[in-house]
Write a protein that binds this ligand. Structure first.
Ligand code: SF4
Length: 554
């Protein structure tokens, strides 16, 4: 039976009720999208027990789909991309259709100093369980591939013995922290923030109060004047500053993030003492948890809230509702120019040296890490830290052994005096393993570096090249001199791997997003020549002392 049609009656226009954005603090708990529903159904941290007691024993096929494609991330585990799908398939298939039966595993380092035993454990896990993979990511993680769920308990045992964890290395949670790689040792350090990062991790990683955030939440903290943790591009950053009366402490920056709607962090202009940083972190994370936008995943990062509120309102809510005190005003620290990666040999406060090493675009292996641990033992090196630039810094090297150590590091592929190209090129995971990728990145970056070293052997100025496999900008597309965003490019009616180019991005004093020039799309095959042409134009046209970012902004 058909439903009778109701007579239409003219109604006065009424304003539509404003739909909430899913902010818990405003009572908007519904409607939930599927990610919010999964988090509501079961706290994602509970998946750890199921991995240990069920899935690792019964195998891949026993994994509940909502755990596999959701909660596993809270344990630092994603399914990796199944081999055989090209970039065109990425757009055509659902993410889960690209699932392999193996996992990518991320291990957080959180700015910790890793002694040789821990570096060895990281290497052995890569060698024994991950087909010898062990990349250094630009979140200072070690990232493995080819992990089987059956091996996860044994891997966790080895990592935990070294003081490391994969908890909340992914997911809508407090992702791995970036800390200054030279904390506590650099001669020019303003303040050593290591104890604050340790305190945040000790209190809040794995804390159910922060395990259901609207989306990922990235933290950076540095007391080094070079701002060596890319604080402009994190959700929350603590940046060393000096108050004229109170001395060294931290400014608070919020709302940075790249991806498809890039925004630079906004500076509160405050002074927070070292022992109050963890409380301030919890305050910012709580604002995000309670007021963050949950309805649409595309708006669920802190940057959108900060952009809508403005930094004054953000500060007021933080102070009034969470910290219950006023923060101390203090001008934000001056923005630096120059290197942030600590490559090469540098003096420490205690008379020893620290030595920054460059693998190519973060590509390391388990074997290489075991070899590195052996060298650390042989030369009495205190420890290693991973950097946000896909590098490794050795801390506490005796000056008398530096040169010999560097020679031996060269032999295993870790250069302390790399070319400008090797030093300043980063690449994300790309199509080799990432389900979102459209193009290859790591191998493309490696061959690009080799070719640019051949074509510009004596390049006298840094030019950063960040290679990304898709618009998500994991390797910070928009803040590189030459930022490459993977996409398909049409040539003679055929779609091939290529890149949209962003030119002249920077952090620090010149903080700015690279210009996306519509015409600057290049196929992967033509990339060497494209970069060569751009660099040649810069070298011929630059004025005295003009860097690439300034030239590109003209
Ligand atoms: Fe994957 Fe894209 Fe991130 Fe690269 S930028 S790791 S391709 S999501």
């Amino acid at each position: 039976m058909s439903t009778p049609v109701q007579p239409q009656s003219p109604r006065p226009a009424r304003p539509r009720p404003k739909r909430g954005e899913g902010q818990w603090a405003l009572g908007y708990r519904e409607p939930l999208n599927k990610n919010e529903q999964a988090k509501k159904d079961d706290n994602p941290l509970n998946v750890r027990d199921r991995i240990l007691n069920i899935y690792s024993k019964r195998g891949f096929d026993s994994i509940d789909p909502s755990d596999l494609r959701g909660r596993f991330r809270w344990m630092g585990l994603y399914t990796q991309r199944a081999p055989g799908f090209d970039g065109g398939k990425t757009a055509l298939l659902e993410e889960e259709e690209l699932d392999d039966r193996y996992f990518m595993m991320r291990v957080r380092s959180d700015g910790k100093l890793l002694p040789s035993a821990t570096v060895r454990a990281l290497g052995e896990v890569g060698r024994d369980y991950a087909r010898d993979t062990a990349d250094v990511t630009d979140r200072a993680n070690i990232q493995y591939h080819w992990i089987r769920v059956e091996d996860v308990p044994a891997i966790w045992d080895r990592l935990e013995a070294g003081g490391l964890s994969t908890i909340e290395a992914c997911g809508d949670s407090p992702r791995p922290f970036l800390g200054s790689p030279v904390a506590g040792v650099a001669t020019d350090e303003i303040i050593d923030g290591s104890s604050a990062l340790e305190e945040i991790a000790r209190r809040y990683i794995g804390d159910p109060a922060f395990s259901n955030l609207p989306r990922k939440f990235k933290t950076a903290l540095t007391g080094h004047p070079s701002h060596d943790v890319s604080p402009e591009t994190n959700d929350v950053s603590f940046v060393g500053t000096v108050h004229p009366e109170h001395g060294p402490g931290f400014d608070l920056w919020v709302g940075g993030g790249l991806s498809t709607n890039p925004m630079l962090a906004q500076k509160l202009g405050v002074w927070i003492p070292l022992d109050e940083v963890a409380d301030a972190w919890a305050g910012v994370a709580s604002v995000f948890r309670d007021y963050g936008y949950r309805r649409l995943r595309s708006r669920a990062r802190l940057k959108f809230l900060v952009a809508d509120w403005g930094v004054e309102k953000f500060r007021q809510v933080l102070e009034d509702e969470y910290l219950h005190k006023k923060l101390v005003d203090c001008p934000s620290p001056a923005s630096p120019v120059g290197h942030r990666d600590h490559i090469g040999v540098h003096d420490q406060k205690d008379g020893k040296k620290y030595v920054g090493l460059a693998p190519v675009a973060g590509r390391v292996s388990g074997t290489m890490l075991v070899q590195l641990a052996d060298l650390m033992d042989t030369y009495g090196v205190a420890g290693a830290r991973l950097t946000p630039y896909q590098k490794i810094v050795l801390i506490g090297v005796e000056p008398t052994v530096v040169e010999q150590l560097i020679d031996e590091l060269d032999l295993i592929g870790l250069e302390a005096r790399p070319s400008n190209w090797r030093r300043h090129t980063m690449a994300c995971t790309g199509i080799e393993f990432c389900k979102l990728a459209i193009v290859d990145t790591k191998e493309r970056a490696r061959s690009l570096v080799a070719e640019l070293e051949r074509r510009f052997p004596g390049l006298d100025t840094p030019i950063t090249v960040n290679v990304n496999g898709c618009p998500n900008a994991c390797a910070r597309t928009q803040v590189a001199d030459i930022g490459l965003k993977g996409q398909l490019v049409t040539v003679d009616g055929k779609q091939v791997e290529g890149f949209q180019v962003h030119l002249g991005g920077a952090t620090g004093l010149q903080a700015n997003f690279g210009r996306k020039l519509r015409a600057h799309k290049v196929t992967s095959a033509d990339l060497d020549d494209y970069v060569t042409n751009v660099v040649t134009a810069y070298l011929e046209d630059r004025t005295e002392g003009e860097n690439f970012a300034s030239w590109a902004a003209r």
